[in-house]
Design a protein around this ligand. Structure first.
Ligand code: NDP
Length: 287
């Protein structure tokens, strides 16, 4: 068996095309969706992520504002900027690029963003809404994984989903979204004993660890759907995931590549959340 490749780049492009139309309609109603991105310091990887997000916004007509701040910015000053953006009607989404310098508490910053503009879906209010099945901004990467699976017509109810990784931004919310769709969910992490025993039971295996070759063919059940969230560099400096792609593809029914897998979906979902937020302002005006 050679598993089918889930083309995240293509699915993301389909999502963006739909969003471009929606942005066009919103703009003709006088609402241009706006995303503010705050970048603190000059971490090169963060700069690249931010620039990719801005390009993606421009491509579909979202107005994006970059707020660049020096690494010496105090936490108080950052919170004041967020407060300003919370009250700016032209801004529908606020994203603070992580990681932040060590003197700034990530938790305080995330909690300062209005939950109604939290398009990253990291605010505890949005996490709580997601957990209780309410309408929420879903964290972009897990949301992107769900949209990918929907796109290939993958049934989720009743499936055994194994998530490797339990971070607040990827692992935990991924498992929760699958649970919301009636899957049976197992979480694995660095303290899990006999990882392969668990992963071999997965109908759908989601891997978000950050170490290449964490998952080999020996970890995967024949016919499983394998979603590789990891982003690592191999010894040649090339981008690779957490899954040994070539050998796992021989066992899986579907597999995401790295690059062109989950990565492009994450950005597409950020755009989707921003458009969703802008649409809500129309609903508020109509109310
Ligand atoms: P974290 O470092 O926050 O979490 C990694 C998780 O993996 C932890 O829960 C850790 O367990 C677990 N883990 C570590 N080693 C093992 C192991 N040997 N076996 C099982 N579990 C293990 O990472 P993130 O969740 O933020 O990101 C994970 C990966 O996804 C990274 O490569 C990141 O770059 C990538 N990523 C990709 C995105 C995309 O758009 N494609 C977006 C976000 C992230 P423990 O909790 O016990 O420490």
């Amino acid at each position: 068996m050679s598993g089918k490749i889930i083309d995240g780049k293509e699915i993301a492009q389909t999502v963006r095309t739909q969003l471009r139309e929606e942005v066009g309609k919103l703009s003709s109603n006088g609402i241009v969706p706006g995303l503010a991105v705050i970048l603190v310091g000059d971490n090169q990887a963060s700069k690249t992520y931010v620039s990719n997000k801005q390009k993606a916004c421009a491509e579909i007509g979202i107005h994006s504002v970059l707020v660049e701040c020096p690494a010496t910015l105090s936490q108080q000053e950052l919170l004041a900027k967020i407060d300003e953006l919370n009250h700016d009607d032209t801004v529908h989404g606020i994203l603070v690029q992580l990681p932040l310098p060590a003197h700034i508490q990530e938790k305080d910053v995330i909690e300062a963003i209005s939950p109604e503009k939290d398009v990253d879906g990291f605010h505890p209010i949005n996490i709580g809404r997601m957990m209780t099945g309410q309408d929420a901004f879903l964290p972009c990467t897990p949301y992107g994984v769900m949209v990918m699976l929907e796109h290939i017509g993958c049934e989720i109810a009743g499936k055994h989903v194994v998530v490797v990784g339990r971070s607040n931004i990827v692992g935990k919310p991924s498992g929760q979204l699958f649970l919301n769709k009636s899957a049976t969910v197992t979480y694995c992490h660095s303290k899990t004993k006999d990882l392969a025993y668990h992963t071999k039971q997965a109908d759908i295996l989601v891997v978000a660890v950050g170490k290449r070759d964490t998952i080999t063919a020996a970890h995967v059940k024949e016919g499983a759907v394998v979603i590789d969230v990891g982003m690592n560099r191999n010894e040649e400096g090339k981008l690779c995931g957490d899954v040994s792609f070539n050998e796992v593809r021989e066992v899986a029914s579907y597999i995401t590549p790295v690059p062109k897998g989950v990565g492009p979906m994450t950005i597409a979902m950020l755009l989707k959340n921003t458009v969703k937020s802008a649409k809500k302002t129309i609903a508020l005006q109509d109310a």
